[in-house]
Design a protein around this ligand. Structure first.
Ligand code: ATP
Ligand code: LTN
Length: 332
């Protein structure tokens, strides 16, 4: 039976060890949709190959990312958890949507510009059409909401443009998706360069805190975090380092910015950074413990992937056959 609730869809690439940016901006917020929405959360392995991957590592990280989804509170009984390449409908729809996406639109994507500068020796067509595959992920499930960090808003906007264009030609084909960005934590910044987003593929290990870092590493990284001139602990445009640490502390403790500014009034940067590290390590400890337990059971993870892919394929097939019909393909 088809679930009639509105749909939530999101994805994470298995392209590295996930950071607290991925956690606070995205994964941590996924479970809250499980009651009111039919939820699909995908490990987007096909997006990951737009930059070169070591095959054994990609495979391992696919299991790890799925285990982290579950460890962060996504119950496989209540959410459809699966791997993108297990449902070929994603790439099939992506081809069709390619023919409804303009070269100029894709050239304007910030992520494409960033990644093509960073991987100048491998500016492949997949990197360029990455947002079209992402649009296919979303539109395939007639998605209503897409919980993401703010860096992905531009891609959801593009998906919305594709819906407009497609539905104008072929009415009532796709649902219009809405990006959902958290109020706090939508853009966690690098600890080394707080004007840059924290990114799991950053080469500077001190710039990123990973969900699976142990307590010592977490505290060490926060202790080294770049702060700003002055000594006050408050949110300000000219204090990007301290502002980022306050945001992180707020997300992990649930305290408001005002409460935090009061709590650390007169306290030095050093002690504040240790407090941030401790709060972060404390909140991540149960996630890490559950993750380790899950990762030891590969057969279980494979059964989740298999059930998830079967369920996703069932929903995907409905949209795909509708699109084929609208476009004029012969359905046998
Ligand atoms: P990569 O470095 O490989 O590009 P990434 O760290 O940007 O990866 P993704 O897999 O592209 O991570 O993103 C997964 C989700 O995490 C997305 O919803 C994205 O918006 C969110 N996200 C990524 N980085 C941050 C961040 N620094 N702050 C908040 N959310 C983030
Ligand atoms: N592009 C996203 C990952 C992603 C995604 C999606 C997110 C792929 N498909 C569909 C939301 C919905 C990223 O790089 N963070």
């Amino acid at each position: 039976m088809l679930d009639q609730r509105p749909v939530s869809f999101s994805g994470v690439q298995p392209s590295g060890n996930l950071t607290i940016g991925n956690y606070l901006g995205a994964i941590k917020n996924f479970p809250e949709f499980s009651e009111k929405y039919k939820c699909f959360y995908c490990v987007v392995d096909q997006h990951a190959i737009t930059v070169r991957q070591v095959p054994a590592e990609l495979r391992r990280r696919t299991y790890e990312t799925l285990a982290l989804y579950i460890a962060c509170g996504l119950d496989p009984q209540k959410n459809t958890l699966y791997v993108q390449s297990h449902v070929p409908a994603h790439t099939e729809l992506a081809w069709m949507l390619n023919c409804f996406t303009m070269f100029g639109e894709l050239s304007r994507m910030t992520q494409f510009k960033d990644k093509s500068a960073r991987h100048a020796d491998n500016v492949n067509a997949g990197l360029f059409t990455y947002p079209v595959l992402m649009a296919a992920d979303i539109l395939l499930y007639q998605t209503d909401v897409v919980p993401i960090g703010s860096d992905q808003k531009q891609h959801v906007e593009l998906a919305r443009n594709i819906v407009d264009r497609f539905n104008q030609l072929y009415p009532d084909t796709f649902t219009m998706p809405e990006p959902i960005v958290p109020k706090a934590g939508a853009r966690i910044m690098s600890l080394a360069e707080p004007t840059k987003k924290m990114s799991k593929s950053d080469e500077n290990e001190n710039a990123v805190v990973r969900i699976l870092d142990d307590k010592d590493a977490i505290i060490r990284k926060f202790k080294r975090a770049v702060t700003d001139s002055g000594s006050e602990i408050r949110v300000a445009d000219d204090k990007p380092g301290v502002t980022n640490l306050i945001t992180i502390y707020s997300c992990f403790t649930g305290k408001s910015v005002e409460e935090i500014e009061r709590e650390f009034d007169g306290v030095g940067y050093g002690d504040f950074k240790i407090a941030v590290g401790q709060a972060c390590a404390e909140r991540l400890a149960p996630v890490q413990e559950e993750y380790r337990r899950l990762l030891a059971d590969k057969a279980y993870l494979e059964s989740v992937m298999k059930n998830g892919a079967d369920e996703a394929a069932y929903y995907a097939r409905k949209t795909l056959s509708k699109v084929r019909r609208k476009l004029g393909f012969v359905n046998l």
